[in-house]
Design a protein around this ligand. Sequence first.
Ligand code: ATP
Length: 311
Amino acid sequence: MHQPSTDAAVQVTGLVKRYGEKTAVAGLDLTAARGEVTAVLGPNGAGKTTTVEVCEGYRRPDAGTVRVLGRDPRADAAELRPRVGVMLQSGGVYPTARAGEMLRHIARLHARPLDVVALVERLGLGSCGRTPYRRLSGGQQQRLALAMAVVGRPELVFLDEPTAGLDPQARHATWELIRELRADGVSVVLTTHHMDEAEQLSDRVVIIDGGRPVVDGTPEELCRGGAENTMRFTGRPGLDLGSLLKALPPETAALELSPGSYRISGEINPELLATVTTWCAQNGVLPDQMTVERRTLEDVFLELTGRELRS
Ligand code: ATP
């Protein structure tokens, strides 16, 4: 689980954040290593945005410590500002300012900014340079926020739900940009509730729920080394999974995900497949849509919390 590090890009220890009666973050430990992409994954309301906003220095923690590039995000805000890029879910922008002006303005504040024209083109914002912020579409505002976060070539960038609401093309352009940031040695902390995004982009995933860490590791570790370890099939609802499990090796698990939709996890090998189909034959079940696949982060979340990630 959590391993404190003195040289992390972000080190959060025992973070607690309350809004009145509501505890949004309830004792969170999180480490983001330098030069890596760390995804904070969790369902709506898990406390992702709150955690990131504390790391960005926008919110004061009620308990715990937060270190960003070894500094305190509030006490050392002036020192961190040129070194850390921040993409907010909304706000922080003058509604009448033009997209291009804003980007050029931020670029001028930094010693080694990215090429603004190239950045604008690759994020599909080429036609919006003279458009006031409030007239941009939601997706354009989102991409502009990303551009503003990275144009200063920061050492660390926080991206809060960077692809929320984007069409597939813009989503992939965003993924590419994040991969390039990583290749340039930039540390990236991103929040998402898309498990495929976390799987595709991150070196390390921290899954949180109800303001607490559920598990963390590399996507490979969490999905068990890439082995084929999940089998799914559909059949009639309410099958006696206890009787099926008696026929299977002890470390195998079986779950009815939704009525008539079954998932078996463990080491899925040809013998196990044969045992399942034999059991189905003996019980008059025609297993439909049978697939064998890797466990996904969605499965990991479901196993650990008993709930779906996309709640
Ligand atoms: P989402 O994916 O929906 O953005 P999240 O994981 O980022 O969710 P947070 O936005 O950090 O979660 O919210 C965590 C909890 O704190 C939620 O229950 C939310 O309703 C509550 N919360 C967040 N901001 C405030 C606020 N300013 N005042 C009161 N409650 C808040």
